[in-house]
Design a protein around this ligand. Structure first.
Ligand code: ADP
Ligand code: ASP
Ligand code: MG
Length: 417
């Protein structure tokens, strides 16, 4: 007998039939003798609708009220799943973040989990064999007593944090694909499912665009050394042996991975925008004059490239910011134009960042160079590059995203054979 956290994403609870299907997955594990806590997302599309309603109500809405609104999607699915489970004769109770409580920071819309008191849930496991059905994505700030949410995709983080708090043996993330692939299988049909992936590689994949897991859920898994298993909710619940190993991907520590490849996977995102400042006078203090005001405005700068301008005397500086901050970044730079002293500002929002990830890169040289050659052979222009020990990213025209991802996927031998 063990203790399991089972998380189901939006598509897995998209309607009552799917919720019934989820309940059958839960029943299987309960029947196998496990203590079970289930974490649910809102029905597919619901959170988007709630976000749109807030924007419609007022573009400059209060972040605390935004959280009050968007947290409601998970409240509905947790109650519905508890009702269905009870109808199947399984003891079940729904829990909202504040009822547990899941204490978070007060950074509304992107709050961090600080502490979870799992004692009552564990007590009920022991006393009544009761399944806890927990609303994902939400918590409460203990100082203000207000509902908070954890950022889009945050139910993954709820699940891993709850698994750690309950000292679960494993956290299963049920979703609409049967594991983590070498790249998004919806974009590259030749993508290959990984049996295992190291926390570090998964962290990079997630933060560079693979939305299969929220970044913070991977961080928490790593910190608590909690095995996280990504699997499909669409496999027939009754066909699965609760003691066997179903198809899926285990996210675990590097030591547990026997087979190692130089490149693990490829991620991409269209969520960045490029700003280029042309003909800046080449003198000390210019970078501070540009990036200081952006930092003060809380705008994260990602890629930075500096090169000599066409005239050979001045400097051009290109950087990227999150697409959501693009307008603010432009305004911030324009306001600081006098101090920076550039001649022209060019910008582009139709760009995408393609990233190649692999902890094996630490011990291999020339991995990125191969990519630059392959992309140039396809006539894909690289606007900016960043590298780190275990990944590199290129910024390209958005129209070439799929071609670039497919090219690199083949180049590094990731295609399914
Ligand atoms: P959920 O609603 O269950 O949380 P998400 O839509 O957030 O599901 O995440 C699952 C999706 O992530 C998949 O449908 C897939 O398109 C996408 N995805 C992106 N990159 C990858 C990858 N490397 N492996 C698997 N899925 C990926
Ligand atoms: N429902 C939330 C969202 O769509 C949280 C989640 O699904 O993980 O972002
Ligand atoms: Mg998700």
């Amino acid at each position: 007998m063990g203790r399991l956290v089972m998380k189901f994403g939006g598509t897995s609870v998209a309607n009552i039939d799917r919720i019934r299907n989820v309940a059958r997955h839960v029943k299987r594990e309960v029947d196998a003798g496990h203590d079970v806590a289930v974490v649910v997302s809102a029905m597919a599309g619901k959170t988007n609708e709630l976000v749109d309603w807030c924007r419609d109500a007022s573009p400059m809405h209060d972040a605390r009220e935004y959280d009050a609104v968007v947290a409601s999607g998970e409240q509905v699915t947790s109650g519905l799943l508890a009702i269905v489970l009870q109808g199947m004769g399984i003891q079940a109770r729904s829990w909202q973040g504040w009822q547990i409580p899941i204490k978070t920071s007060d950074a509304h819309a992107s709050a961090r989990i600080l502490e979870i008191d799992g004692s009552e849930i564990v007590h009920r496991f022991k006393d009544r064999k009761e399944v806890a059905v927990i609303a994902g994505f939400q918590g409460i700030n203990p100082q203000t007593n207000r509902i908070t949410t954890l950022g889009r995709g945050g139910s993954d983080t709820s699940a891993v944090a709850i698994a750690a708090a309950l000292r679960a043996d494993r956290c299963d993330i049920y979703t609409d694909v049967d594991g983590v692939y070498t790249t998004d299988p919806r974009v590259v049909p030749k993508a290959r499912r990984l049996d295992k992936i190291a926390f570090e590689d998964m962290l990079e994949l997630a933060s560079l665009g693979a939305k299969v897991l929220q970044v913070r859920s991977v961080e928490l898994g790593m910190v608590h050394n909690m095995p996280v298993f990504v699997r499909s909710s669409f496999d027939k619940p009754e066909d699965i042996d609760p003691h066997g190993t179903p198809p899926g991907t285990l996210i675990c520590s590097e030591e547990e991975i026997m087979e190692s490849h130089v490149v693990t996977g490829i991620a991409f995102t269209k969520d960045e925008a490029q700003i280029s400042l042309r003909q800046i006078e080449d003198k000390p203090g210019v970078a501070a004059a540009i990036f200081g005001p952006l930092a003060d405005a809380n705008i994260n700068v990602d890629m930075i490239v500096q090169n000599v301008s066409e005239d050979g005397k001045t400097t051009d500086l290109t950087f990227t910011v999150p697409a959501a901050d693009y307008n603010r970044a432009r305004e911030t730079i324009t306001a600081a134009k006098g101090k920076i002293g550039y001649i022209r500002l060019d910008s582009a929002t139709d760009v995408s960042k393609v990233s190649v990830i692999g902890s094996g890169m630490r011990s291999h040289a020339g991995v990125a160079a191969k990519a630059f050659k392959a992309l140039s052979e396809r006539n894909i222009n690289i606007r900016a590059i960043t590298t780190s020990e275990i990944k590199f990213s290129v910024l390209i025209d958005a129209a070439y995203t799929e071609l670039a991802v497919r090219t690199l996927h083949t180049l590094y031998g990731l295609d399914q054979t």
